[in-house]
Write a protein that binds this ligand. Structure first.
Ligand code: HEC
Length: 126
């Protein structure tokens, strides 16, 4: 085997600090950009095009299960949403939205990508 290929393992990248650093500096901005795009698609699904429908049942001013601020919410309301979004609630979001897809039938037309985008959007409040 070509020795260079053999040496190109994650462990070797870690010991070769500058190669690892170079790779990281190339990958990180791309990941960050993808994250920003996911959040803004999620925002559109939840706040604007109505496909997400989450606000129907989970808007902050709703009942006991409200945790999603509207685009028009005040900074105080956003602060409140942040306090409600505990790690436990985020785990539950993952479970109901991504894993068992048990959120109400009206969200069944959400694609797997839509679900990931909504999750990224809600996580971005933290
Ligand atoms: C028709 C009303 C309705 C809609 C629309 C809806 N939900 Fe829910 N959601 C509920 C109810 C009711 C519960 C409580 C279920 C329970 O307690 O077992 C819940 C629970 C949750 C939970 C868990 C909360 C907790 O305390 O564990 C999350 C997270 C969640 N919904 C996210 C969403 C997201 C994201 C959307 C949009 C894609 C959405 N829901 C759309 C009614 C709705």
């Amino acid at each position: 085997m070509n020795p260079e290929v053999k040496n190109c393992t994650p462990a070797n990248l870690n010991t070769n600090a500058s190669a690892g650093e170079n790779l990281r500096s190339m990958v990180e901005p791309v990941v960050e950009q993808l994250q920003i795009l996911a959040v803004s698609r999620g925002q559109a699904l939840v706040q604007r095009n109505g496909k997400g429908k989450c606000l129907m049942c989970h808007s902050l001013s709703g009942g006991g299960i409200g945790f999603i601020p509207k685009d028009s919410s005040t900074p105080q309301e956003r602060e409140r949403a942040r306090a409600i979004l505990t790690p436990g609630l985020l785990r539950s979001l993952n479970e109901h939205l991504i894993e068992d897809k048990s959120m109400p039938p009206m969200s069944n037309d959400l694609s797997p990508q839509d679900r990931e985008d909504i999750k990224a959007y809600i996580e971005s409040f933290r």
